[in-house]
Design a protein around this ligand. Structure first.
Ligand code: CUA
Length: 321
């Protein structure tokens, strides 16, 4: 539902490229060995002594000479060893390639996984350049990105196949993942460690864009929440401020809850519910009325709002570009 490329074999950066090279090499070696083993088997079956209806096969025809058998076993062991060592060396060099990435001007993002969404804090050099968003990351083309990964509840796993391999997010432990995206586009990520009922609904959108567009996005994300235009959006703002929403969600300047995703610029995101549905008034209204109906296991409960109240909040939230 998030859209975007989700393809291990269409790498968009050096890390994914290194991994896909290793994948192709492993596939080639395995196919080669598989074909060789099948060919040897076919040859053995073809050569085997045959009987007829009346006579048993003449087993004396089988070549049981010890030195010959030993030679073939030795060749088999030697070839397997060389191929396996080759793969070992290749994976060692892939590892080195993954680790090699100059990080001088890296974009730093602290990514915390929750059941079942992603909390992202962009870490600028000064506190004033820091901001929080959720479920949709923007990064500039060609610049390294360093993710600091944490988990708030259970083990999750970050995986954007077009950009890097998987990395677990483990409660109480911090890990990092560095990558670079060299092609602009939208890439789809998926939590890759079973983390509960809606594990499969824990998607991530990664938008790779030219530096000027990225800087514009950063500037708008850092800005405080927009004032809603008069009308339904303003009504929604009032309902939002008076409801339980504020206990869990931050809209900068309005509320400061930290249990659920930051909604300060919710209207700028493409999806609601971490990739479950496109971000439209109808979908957000349905979401507000009963989140677990749309996303089983979602921690946000139905709040007992009327359909009209939910719709006004949806219009308000979508006005927060
Ligand atoms: Cu989070 Cu699976």
């Amino acid at each position: 539902m998030t859209g975007g490329l989700h393809d291990l074999l269409a790498p968009a950066g050096p890390q994914a490229a290194a991994l896909s090279h290793l994948w192709w090499l492993t596939l080639a070696v395995c196919v080669l060995v598989f074909v060789a083993v099948l060919a040897a088997l076919a040859y053995a079956v073809w050569r085997a002594p045959r009987g007829t209806k009346g006579t048993a096969p003449d087993l004396a025809l089988i070549d049981r000479s010890e030195p010959r058998l030993r030679r073939w076993v030795t060749v088999g062991v030697a070839v397997s060893t060389v191929l396996l060592l080759g793969l070992l060396v290749a994976s060692f060099f892939t590892d080195r390639e993954l680790a090699w990435l100059p990080l001088a001007d890296a974009v730093r993002i602290e990514l915390t996984a929750h059941q079942f969404w992603w909390d992202a804090r962009y870490d600028g050099a000064e506190p004033s350049r820091t901001f929080t968003t959720a479920n949709e990351l923007h990064v500039p083309v060609g610049r390294p990105v360093v993710l600091t990964l944490r988990a708030a509840d259970v083990i999750h796993s970050f995986w954007v196949p077009s950009l890097h391999g998987k990395k677990d997010l483990i409660p109480g432990r911090e890990s990092t993942l560095a990558f670079r995206a060299d092609r602009a586009g939208v890439y789809r990520g998926q939590c890759a460690e079973f983390c509960g009922t809606s594990h499969a609904n824990m998607l991530l959108r990664l938008v790779v864009e030219p530096t000027d567009e990225f800087e514009r996005w950063v500037a708008s994300e850092r800005a405080p929440a927009l004032q809603p235009p008069a009308g339904l959006a303003a009504d929604g703002a009032a309902v939002f401020a008076a409801s339980a929403c504020v206990g869990c969600h931050t809209v900068r300047g309005v509320s400061s809850g930290v249990v659920g995703p930051d909604l300060t610029h919710f209207g700028g995101r493409a999806t609601v519910g971490a990739g479950v549905l496109p971000n439209t008034v109808d979908n957000v209204t349905a979401w507000i009325l009963d989140p677990p109906r749309i996303k089983p296991g979602a921690k946000m409960p139905p709040l007992g709002l009327t359909e009209a109240q939910a719709r006004s909040i949806a219009v308000y939230l979508l006005s927060l570009k």
